[in-house]
Design a protein around this ligand. Sequence first.
Ligand code: HAM
Length: 418
Amino acid sequence: MKKLQSLRGMEDLYEELQVRLWQEVESKAAVIFEKAGFTEIRTPILELKELFARGVGETSDIVSKEMYELEDRKGQKLALRPEGTASVVRAFIQHYTSHQIQEGRFYYKGPMFRYERPQAGRLRQFHQIGAELFGSNHPMADVEMISLLEKLLRSLHLKEISLQINSLGLPEERQAYREALQGFLKKIEDLFSEDFKERVQKNPLRVLDSKDPKVQEALKEAPKLEFFLSEESRVHFKQVQEFLDLLKIDYQINPYLVRGLDYYDQTVFEFLSGDLGAQNAVAGGGRYNHLVASFGGPSVPAVGFALGMERLVSLLDTSLLKTQAKRVYFIALDLESTKLLLPKLEELRQDAVIAQIDLSEGSLKAKLKRAHRWEADLVIILGEGERQKQSFLVKDMASGEQFELSWQDFRKKLKLNN
Ligand code: HAM
């Protein structure tokens, strides 16, 4: 029989310290976002395929090559969400703009799906925490989103993180640039692969963020997007930089930063880590002023970002976790002892101790082994002998020492009052 295993590029999260790191990031994000007026939104993982085709863009790799698509029993074409923005925009239109509410701040977390070639930092099911701000075209709104992310990364003591920003201008400016760039690239495309040619044809801007040094060299002669920006776009981008300076957030302008989703205009940004290898983007986002209207909603400007949990957590150290509550493992040697220990177990749990009682069959040795595997700090063993003396046998797992203590003295040892 075939071994049942998780799918390639889809991982279980099960190691206790890893789980706790994820929880730490999620709770820090929730506190930081909520203080800035964002509320959580949870949207379905499954949506109409058309939502992403129209939102993320037919020519993006994400939609054209990487989407998990399926049909339901009625033949509706569905897709597992490859990202969160399109769904949040759909929900915003469905529940807010339909009631004349044209602004909102939302954050979300959860799994996303892209059929990519798995490698370190690149999965087929990965997790994002993201946030979207609707209703403001102010450059400070762009900076507020960047600053939220920066605050979260800083609160996690991340080092070696850099911020890159760029402006993609408005759609008509980008269209003019797209044509100029395509003209340039067509002249040199014979020097490159078929893949390159396809890109020039379908999505020439994506050539800009190619990691191939030969391509980067050739691009030195290419027309530059900044010269195609209107006065309005230039001023917006300049103000973004001024607000970043004001908040003392370091950044570099990367004229080749174009992002892999088609909905952006004006500001785009990415946080990169020097410690991640090829998949070095921890988070990315930008402004998307046309998406709400393109889904049939009113013209509402928006800006947002998402960070990749797997990449982020891989950069974190478990020393980040607060010293954990003490772990106490109870072993009762007979039924009477079990009865006596149950209320004690609850008492410790009430005092924020992590406590567990061994309910397995087997020898004391096997039970102690289990306590060790569970990383107990202290084990309490209770049998008839201890019961008669109204004491508990307490084993300190770090030192191996054993003591016979009254319940009160045991609580003192745990540094709990009375
Ligand atoms: P994105 O840049 O496609 O943007 O993804 C955001 C982050 O998700 C990336 O920076 C990366 O850390 C992580 N990520 C993406 N693909 C994978 C993968 N295959 N494996 C592991 N991690 C991955 C978006 O998704 C936009 N919705 C962001 C946004 C929100 N823009 C505006 N609002």
